[in-house]
Design a protein around this ligand. Structure first.
Ligand SMILES: [Zn+2]
Length: 210
């Protein structure tokens, strides 16, 4: 599942995984857990992120490859946060070779709507997870208190989004000619987006097996 920050990708990936009984594989979650557990990967990731750098393709590919090899992912999976680059996408093609069609769902939301959503975004003060737009009350992950993100001024959000969109365009170009690529209008109520995603997934998977 592809989409910019604020598109609701995490929530939708979670819902789809639950509906289909598949593991949701989020590279963000895997890295967060590794950091918390203090593993070698976690420590390396922490150092890289604290220095303000992105985790390299090799590390990300290694993480996903290891995760997709586990038993619970044999019958399928929902990927969130990967791939981020064309190099990662090409590696993913190799990983899923012979495992059934790779359906790519790109959640599209107008830039102004994303800016508005992100500028009002909240995170959990306890576990650090991004709160979904529809969360009311406490963190639905751990019950912690939700607080506004301190760096979310409109200018910073707009700039970060521009960088993301510029960097993710080659990925969309890489996937969009495929019959299993679907664009989803993410500027709708979350339940409507969920319904569209389910339909698009089935339809794209069917077109791949024809
Ligand atoms: Zn939490």
């Amino acid at each position: 599942m592809l989409g910019p920050p604020g598109a609701g990708k995490g929530t939708q990936a979670e819902r789809l995984a639950r509906a289909r009984g598949l593991p949701k594989i989020s590279t963000g979650d895997i890295l967060r857990e590794a950091v918390q557990a203090g593993t070698g990967l976690g420590l390396a990731a922490k150092t890289t992120m604290e220095a303000g750098n992105l985790i390299g393709d090799d590390v990300m590919i290694g993480i996903v490859r290891e995760r997709l090899d586990r038993d619970d992912a044999r019958g399928g999976f929902v990927l969130d946060g990967f791939p981020r680059t064309v190099v990662q996408a090409a590696a993913l093609d190799g990983m899923v070779d012979g495992r059934g069609p790779l359906v790519v769902l790109d959640i599209v939301v107008p830039e102004d709507v994303l800016v508005r959503r992100l500028a009002t975004r909240r995170i959990c003060s306890k576990c650090g997870v991004n709160a979904a737009v529809e969360w009311t009350g406490d963190c639905q992950n751990c019950g912690g208190t939700l607080i506004a993100r301190i760096d979310d001024s409109v200018e910073i959000v707009r700039e970060r989004l521009k960088i993301f969109l510029r960097q993710s365009q080659p990925l969309v170009d890489y996937y969009s000619p495929r019959p299993t690529f679907r664009s989803i209008d993410g500027n709708q109520p979350p339940d409507v987006v969920t319904t569209r995603i389910e339909a698009a997934l089935d339809e794209a998977a069917r077109s791949a097996t024809l």
